[in-house]
Design a protein around this ligand. Structure first.
Ligand code: CP3
Length: 337
């Protein structure tokens, strides 16, 4: 995977899957039941290491992604967070400059120390030749959850703050930029060989706001991380960016780009791949569907992208109802390529 990120073309492209560890695996569900809450799982290195390794044992992916969640960053800033069964994450929303006073960096690294410990242990626990991926949410997506207090259809609160009071909202973004750069540096120092920035809600912004709240903060994080770790590749994943993928690739400073499910692989091969390695982008629902459809879709992606620097992945995370057998079938298709 590191060779592909450095621009080499491999006869068989490396692969890993976003959310490759998780509820579709019976061994994850079993351990999750023992761990207590999802956050207990994230903050317990024994459990987090084990969960990270589970998909590798079954499928031998070329990379392991640290098992954690993007929302540990607001949590470590002191924002109360809970994951409610069947409802997803819930945070006490911050909606204006006054609310920002409730956040603090004082216990940031202390709270995240178990995550760094998990990375440290993984760096020796994963098989030789397997790449260890660290990650964080990108500022816009983290702000979406911090301001809405949950997932959302419209993102009206966060957009109204960003559009109506860009200076005040900029203070929240600045805070996230600084702590996220620090957080990624600590992961790299603990042994992460590459890091991915998940911008899951990049696709909800109009073009000017996309530049201001997606491209610019990402570029600043990349610069801060590169100042300390110039040789660690950074993957950006601006999900839903559409035509703005081109601007993002040109200006965010990232080393490789994750394609979401809707991006045409043929377009990406022509437009993005001459500039940098790409990663993606099988529809996770195609993986859950399986059979001939999965095989054809996988081959179409490989045909389009495997002749240039490429990491095979999904266009978003594995969904819970995915039969583990389908992941095995995908692995076979990729190995036989
Ligand atoms: O990819 C991996 O295997 C590494 C682990 C990982 C998780 N979340 C584990 C998780 C990663 C990289 C993430 C990133 C993440 N988390 C994102 C960005 C990627 C994306 O999906 O867009 C986002 C937006 C989140 C926030 C989040 N965390 C949500 C919305 C949810 C609830 C969704 C759901 O499926 O219930 C989570 C919880 C979560 N994060 C789970 C896992 C395995 C499920 C928790 C459980 O076991 O109950």
């Amino acid at each position: 995977m590191l060779a592909a990120l450095a621009g080499e073309v491999r006869s068989r492209p490396p692969f890993w899957l976003m959310r490759q560890a998780g509820r579709y695996l019976p061994e994850y569900r079993e351990l999750r039941a023992k761990a207590g809450s999802f956050l207990d799982l994230c903050y317990n290195p024994d459990f987090a290491v084990e969960v990270t390794l589970q998909p590798l044992r079954r499928y031998g992916m070329d990379a392991a992604i640290l098992f954690s969640d993007i929302l540990v960053v607001p949590h470590a800033l002191g924002q109360p967070l809970a994951y409610l069964e069947g409802e997803g994450p819930k945070l006490d929303p911050v909606r204006n400059v006054e609310d920002l006073k409730r956040l603090s960096r004082d216990r940031f690294h202390e709270t995240l120390a178990p995550v760094y410990e998990t990375v440290r242990r993984l760096s020796t626990a994963i098989p030789e030749g397997t790449t260890l991926i660290g990650f964080a949410g990108a500022p816009w997506t983290i702000a979406c959850y911090m301001v809405e207090g949950a997932g959302s259809k419209e993102y009206a609160h966060v957009k109204r703050w960003a559009y109506g009071d860009p200076v005040g909202f900029g203070q929240l973004i600045d805070l996230i930029v600084e702590v996220t750069a620090d957080y990624l540096c600590r992961q790299i120092e603990a042994g992460a060989e590459t890091v991915q920035l998940f911008d899951s809600w990049a696709g909800v912004l109009p073009v000017g706001e996309f530049r201001r709240w997606v491209i610019e903060p990402t570029r600043r994080i990349v610069a801060l991380v590169k100042a300390k770790h110039p040789n660690t590749p950074i993957i950006g994943f601006p999900r839903g960016a559409g035509h703005a993928y081109e601007d993002y690739v040109a200006d965010a400073g990232i080393d490789a780009v994750g394609l979401d499910t809707t991006v045409s692989p043929v377009w990406a091969a022509r437009t993005l791949q001459p500039r940098l390695p790409v990663q993606g982008n099988l529809d996770p629902i195609m993986l859950a569907t399986g059979g001939k459809a999965l095989e054809t879709a996988t081959r179409d992606i490989l045909e389009a992208l495997a002749d240039r620097p490429f990491v095979f992945n999904l266009g978003h995370g594995v969904i819970q109802s995915t039969p583990p057998d389908h992941v095995a079938a995908l692995t076979r298709i990729l190995r036989e390529w």
